[in-house]
Each structure stands twice: as C-alpha cells, then as structure tokens.
Design a protein around this ligand. Structure first.
Ligand code: ADP
Ligand code: MG
Length: 267
C-alpha cells in the first residue's frame, strides 16, 4: 500500500467530497481495466466523463455504485470507504446488508432504461422506497407523483413502459432513481440508446437536476451538455484519467494527443 495516504488521513481528506478515488484499480481476470484512477467529485459538482469505448468508464461508475469490487486503491463515497469498515488499522469487508445501506444514497441511470415492464410508470417510481426503505404506499405515491411531474410526465403515470417512448422511459428511470432521495446520481450514457430527437428531453431533465444542486457523474458523448452543464470534464482512455479540467477549456484546448484524437472524432 505504499504511495497511498494512510487510511485515517484518507478518511479526513474524503470528508466534504462526494467521491474520492485514489489509485483505483480493477481487473477482470488478467485484463487490467482500471489502472489507477485518481479523481475527486465535490458536493454539488457535475462531472462529465468521456472517452473511447472500452476505456473503463462504466466499470468506474459500477465501482462507485458497489456493482464491482475495487481490486486495489481506495474509493470513498460521501466520506465512507466503499465496501469496507475500519477497526484500528485493519479493514473489514462490509456485510451485504451494510453494502446495501451504502448504496441507498446512490442513484444510477443506465443506457438501457431497465424499467419493470409489468408495472406502470408510477409503480416503477414507487417501488424502491416501499421495498427498500419500507415507506408507506401513500408516502411513496405522493413522492412518485411529484417526481413524475418534475420529469414532465404527469400525464403518463398510468402507462406501462411499452407504451412510452425511449425518452419518456428514460425520464421515468431518472424519477425512479430520484425516488430514493440519493445524494449522488450516476448516469452511464443515458442518451446513447435514444433516437436523436428524444435526446434533448432527457438532457433537459438532467440539466434541471444539476441546477438544483444534485451531485452528478455523467458518462456521455454529448459534448454540448458537458460544456454547458459540466463543472468538470474527465477524459479517460485505457483505464486511466488522461486529462481533466473545466469542460470549455479541455474541449477547446486539449493538452494530450489522445484527448485531441478522441475529440477530433466526436466534435
Ligand atoms: P467503457 O464503459 O468505457 O466502454 P467498460 O468499463 O465497459 O468501458 O469496459 C472496459 C473493459 O473492461 C472492456 O475491455 C470490457 O470488455 C471489459 N469488461 C467490462 N466488464 C467486464 C466483465 N464483467 N468481465 C470481463 N471484462 C469486462
Ligand atoms: Mg460504458
């Protein structure tokens, strides 16, 4: 563990940050997918992550959300070391229940909307608070109705996913994630599966969320969104952060050849 800050110091440094990654590594078999990711996300920050396919963007989001285990390095979310508890100078793996408790505060939206097909839009949004938090049906329904209105779908609450467009389904998926009142929202290419004319309505909802102060990490190819809404832009390639900075500056004046090559293809 040489080169890492000691745990206590890392814990202190992670306070006040929503995410702190320190040399985060992840392998699948003998393939190194994340090769030492260092980054910090402040409370209220919108970080956009871009990079070529296969560079490890989804894997990194999945580590933040406990869907993958970090193999080396350390990752804190909201000041808590992901997956571990410290006693003295030893680390203990969290039990499944404790992991679930950590995950509750993180919302995630995927490229494929993954709504429950046999439930209406409203029921999709009500489900997790009732199931996971034991919220009453009335309370869950009241919040779900508010959230459906917030994503512009108050007239679609009784529709099943198959009766909704891709853009509408993705807005329901965002409402569903918000129903758990997360502190952090992760978006993994939320508009990549949508027809071009439906992209804007989803980005608008995300823009509103950012304006309201939600902390967000957004993997996206929408450079306009990154420029306008992002507080920071991270360019990942080959499992490392190649470059990061203020979106406008990185996009206008990329410093690294790999960033330049990538941006020349997508801009
Ligand atoms: P990105 O989101 O940037 O396109 P990913 O994080 O999805 O990249 O994938 C990075 C690399 O990790 C790819 O080479 C991918 O094939 C590999 N990978 C991702 N998930 C798994 C897995 N569960 N098992 C094996 N390899 C995986
Ligand atoms: Mg991906």
């Amino acid at each position: 563990m040489t080169g890492l800050t000691n745990l206590a110091a890392g814990d202190v440094a992670a306070q006040g940050l929503m995410v702190k990654a320190e040399r985060v590594c992840k392998n699948f078999g003998h393939v190194e997918v994340l090769k030492g990711i260092d980054l910090e996300v402040q409370q209220g920050e919108v970080m956009c992550v871009v990079g070529p396919s296969g560079s490890g963007k989804s894997t990194f989001l999945r580590c933040i959300n406990h869907l993958e285990k970090v193999d080396a390095g350390r990752l804190w979310v909201d000041g808590h070391l992901v997956g571990y508890r410290q006693r003295g100078d030893k680390l203990y793996e969290l039990r499944e229940k404790e992991v679930a408790a950590q995950r509750r505060d993180i919302g995630m939206v995927f490229q494929r909307f993954n709504l429950f097909p046999h439930m209406t839009a409203l029921q999709n949004v009500m489900e997790a608070p009732m199931l996971v938090k034991g919220e009453s049906k009335d309370a869950a329904k009241a919040r779900a109705e508010q959230l459906m209105e917030r994503v512009g779908l108050s007239d679609r609450m009784g529709n099943y996913p198959s009766q909704l467009s891709g853009g509408q389904q993705q807005r329901v998926a965002i409402a569903r994630a918000l129903a758990m009142q997360p502190k952090l929202m992760l978006f993994d290419e939320p508009t990549s599966a949508l027809d071009p004319e439906l992209v804007g309505e989803v980005l608008d909802v995300m823009r509103d969320l950012a304006r309201e102060g939600m902390t967000m990490v957004v993997v996206t190819h929408e450079m306009g969104f990154a420029r306008e809404v992002g507080d920071s832009l991270v360019f990942m390639d080959g499992g490392v952060v190649v470059e990061q900075g203020v979106p406008r500056e990185v996009l206008a004046n990329p410093q690294h050849a790999r960033t330049q090559a990538f941006l020349s293809k997508v801009l």
